[in-house]
Design a protein around this ligand. Structure first.
Ligand code: GLY
Length: 392
């Protein structure tokens, strides 16, 4: 792994979560979800909103699993049949999608299938979920390059512009491979995931514990080429959501491989992230910006980071003093989101506003993003301790 310069975490007065306040935020989120559900019976919310409202789309985007994941979270939380029925209908759609190969030639199969199909199998024993998850995992494994030792993020496997390119977001796609390895007993799934994780730690993380969004490995020699950004401010800045994917993804990497070095790496990424937050605890869209008055925030990156911090709390030894700090930071972020970033019940079908999807393309800037809604609900459930994790 890269030589990391330790960055101590800035001190701040923090409080543990309050059960009554947490329950109120959960009730508020579920009330919004209940209002939104009838709009998406046969459809899914678009990746990001327009003027605070998600349009309904078919099952074609990399983001559709987040909606199904929210339905499973709500079902786990409440036991209400309506959530399970809607989620089960979605799972049938995901099985059909992977069978018909509808926009599945990219690495986001993990985001799509872990939260929909694999969650269904974990929670209800769904055979359709298992079949869909395994088919998706086989496609994801097909994107692994055995010389570069990475899963190619995007594009045709023969495209010279994309060959050997990994991105930090992929850390959250790896649980699909670990799951498939456990389900089938085939070691090639876990082997590919472990080798990719090692390359991600080595090359996507810079010496100061900030991250590149993307990095190229030469597929002929296996040698590192260069890092660059796709959705961040510049090649040498630190895209906030990428850093959040790194915090959560390396913490999960520690869980899946048993290698505690990934947990320590996640902690260092977390310190870098937390040390660059504006006063209300919600990051700007790239961590090069800390000005809380003029720069758009990315509330969705904040939700991912909060879940990552809570995964870190689970992963660190019980005697580790950092656990209380990370738990308190997660609560501070969630509390700030719930009070300052929640969408109004009228005039929006989202849970949270003020995220950024793709600033360089001008897409979804200061809008809601569906993964932000998912990870907000996951964070609330983690704080309430009522969650059976889907990423394990
Ligand atoms: N994984 C793509 C994104 O975070 O926008």
């Amino acid at each position: 792994m890269n030589e990391i310069a330790d960055e101590p975490l800035a001190t701040l007065e923090l409080r543990p979560s309050e059960p009554a306040e947490l329950d109120a935020l959960i009730a508020q989120a579920l009330a919004r979800l209940d209002r939104t559900m009838p709009q998406f019976r046969d459809h899914f919310p678009a990746p990001s909103s327009e003027s605070g409202t998600y349009a309904p789309i078919d099952n074609v985007e990399w983001t559709n699993g987040f909606w199904t994941g929210m339905l499973w979270l709500a079902w786990q939380m409440t036991g209400r049949d309506a959530y399970r029925a809607a989620a089960d209908e979605n799972v049938a759609s995901f099985l059909d999608r992977v069978k018909r190969r509808v926009n599945v030639d990219h690495h986001d199969l993990g985001f799509l299938y872990t939260l929909s199909a694999c969650a269904a199998h974990q929670l209800t024993g769904s055979e359709a979920g298992r079949a869909a998850g395994l088919e998706a995992a086989k496609l994801l494994l097909g994107r692994f390059d055995g010389v570069a030792n990475v899963i190619q993020a995007w594009g045709d496997m023969r495209d010279p512009a994309q060959r050997g390119r990994m991105i930090i977001d992929c850390n959250l796609n790896l649980p699909l491979l670990f799951w498939a390895g456990r389900e089938t007993g085939d070691p090639s799934f876990g082997d590919a995931a472990t080798r990719h994780l090692r390359q991600a730690a080595r090359y996507l993380v810079r010496p100061d514990a900030s991250t590149f969004h993307t990095f190229y490995i030469d597929t002929a020699s296996g040698q590192p080429r260069f890092g660059s950004t796709h959705q961040g401010f510049s090649d040498d800045s630190c895209w906030a959501r990428g850093q959040a994917w790194g915090i959560y993804g390396f913490a999960l990497g520690g869980l899946h491989t048993g290698d505690k070095a990934y947990v320590e790496l996640a902690a260092r990424l977390a310190n870098y992230f937390l040390n660059r937050l504006p006063a209300d605890g919600i990051c700007c869209w790239d961590l090069v910006f800390t000005d809380d008055t003029t720069t758009p925030r990315d509330s969705s990156a904040a939700t991912i980071a909060a879940c990552g911090l809570l995964e870190l709390v689970k992963a660190l030894p019980v005697s580790d003093v950092r656990r209380d700090t990370y738990a308190a930071w997660a609560w501070r972020i969630v509390q700030s989101l719930g009070h300052g970033y929640a969408a109004p019940i009228e005039g929006s079908n989202a849970l949270l506003l003020h995220a950024v999807y793709h600033m360089p393309n001008g897409a979804g800037v200061d809008e809601a993003c569906i993964w932000g809604d998912y990870f907000y609900l996951e964070a609330l459930m983690r704080l309430r301790n009522v969650w059976m994790p889907y990423w394990s």
